[in-house]
Write a protein that binds this ligand. Structure first.
Ligand code: CA
Length: 395
């Protein structure tokens, strides 16, 4: 997992915000800079408030010390491998008067109405994980991406791909408020995922929806809210309340739905009962009795997308993480070299020409629907099997 930006954590409650350089952090003295004894970690902080940073070279800035610091004292944002902001969390006594919102239980029983995406459960809370594993073993059939481990804070991830109906609503507002897109967005129906939007469109649309709803937009260019043009130097304010694309690690954490060590959110094989993808005889993992495009959605009139939430959700209540449309992620892919390089072979923190896409789609095979499968496209690319899903920072 590589990104030009490594972030980590979360920051939502009342607290002091204390901008600190790393040097100042170290200068703060042993009470802050020295790694605390494991027993000093406050009970009840089990879920990652803080933590780490998949792919970041350890030792760059005293990883273990910083991790423990953050775990004990607050949360931080890393940009390009450097500690950009450190936040002090109130004492637990202070927090006692403002209890945390309990984790939201996955709604496994019924799909949320896709034509009313504003409802409370549009985004599911994905729990933090002190030890999250992403990628797959090298010997996994299809393409072993290599394995990396790290930690993630709790965050929120869209239960379904952004629909054409929601795209249109925000797009109409955005174009009246200074936004310019490369593509108007397409979709086979209002409840189908929007497709044929490039990375720039997706990011700008996230900002537009944030502004439309009075939330702080995440993406800026040269310090200004990103509203038009094609920019590869987009910065993300990971502490902002607005909508954004998931990081690749967030996407995979959410897609697994709490199930570890399996290529799909539900287990080891896939059929047309699980997802909208292109089945083929002899394809690894493919156990479908029907072949070709999904029989319920196949047509000569591409795309063969399905309405969102047409298949069972995963353990976090997320739909279509496997198949339907590929989904843009924030991350740069690396240097864009093919074939897919293993995680640890990717050049660290070096922006490449492609952004990661995840999850497979109606047009591609079972193997592409694996939760670990990594695809990539140039950020200006758009096609009828590529859309996106929203994320939000948050505890
Ligand atoms: Ca998908």
């Amino acid at each position: 997992m590589v990104s030009g930006t490594w972030v980590w954590c979360v920051l939502r409650r009342r607290r002091m915000v204390l901008p600190l350089t790393l040097a100042a952090l170290w200068a703060a003295g042993p009470a802050m800079a020295a790694p605390a004894d494991e027993r000093a970690v406050t009970p009840g902080m089990a879920e990652a408030e803080v933590i780490r940073i998949l792919g970041l070279p350890k030792g760059t800035f005293g990883y273990e010390t910083t991790r423990r610091l953050l775990y004990d004292h607050g949360a931080a944002v890393f940009i390009d491998g450097k500690l950009a902001r450190f936040e002090i969390r109130p004492s637990r006594e202070t927090q006692a008067s403002s209890p945390e919102t309990p984790p939201e239980a996955p709604d496994m029983g019924s799909a949320p109405p896709a034509d009313s995406p504003r409802e409370e459960k549009e985004l599911a809370r994905i729990p933090g994980d002190l030890s999250v594993t992403v990628g797959s073993p090298r010997n996994e059939r299809g393409a072993g991406e290599g394995v990396d481990t790290g930690s993630l804070c709790a965050f929120h991830l869209g239960r379904h791909e952004v629909t054409k109906a929601l795209w249109d609503e925000v797009y109409a507002w955005a174009t009246q408020h200074g936004y310019l897109f490369d593509n108007p967005g397409s979709g086979k129906g209002p409840r189908h995922p929007v497709h044929s939007v490039n990375w720039y469109d997706s990011v700008k649309w996230c900002n537009a929806r944030s502004e439309k709803e009075g939330l702080g937009p995440c993406y800026t260019v040269d310090g200004e809210t990103y509203r038009n043009g094609k920019h590869d130097d987009v910065a993300c304010d990971w502490a902002a309340r607005g909508y954004r694309l998931p990081t690749e690690a967030e996407w995979e954490k959410g897609a697994r739905g709490g199930l570890r060590g399996q290529p799909f959110p539900w287990g080891g094989t896939i059929t047309h009962g699980d997802a909208n993808y292109r089945s083929g005889a002899g394809e690894p993992y493919d156990a479908s009795a029907t072949s070709g495009f999904h029989p319920d959605y196949a047509s000569a009139d591409y795309p063969c997308t399905s309405p969102v939430c047409s298949f069972p959700p995963n353990g976090y209540g997320l739909y279509d993480v496997a198949g339907n449309v590929y989904e843009w992620c924030w991350d740069w892919f690396g240097n864009g070299s093919a074939p897919v390089p293993a995680v640890e072979e990717l050049p660290e923190l070096v922006p490449g020409p492609c952004r990661v896409v995840r999850g497979g789609c109606w047009f591609y095979s079972a193997c592409c629907c694996r939760v670990t499968n990594r695809g990539c496209c140039t950020p200006g690319y758009e096609i009828h099997f590529l859309g996106f899903r929203l994320a939000q920072t948050g505890p």
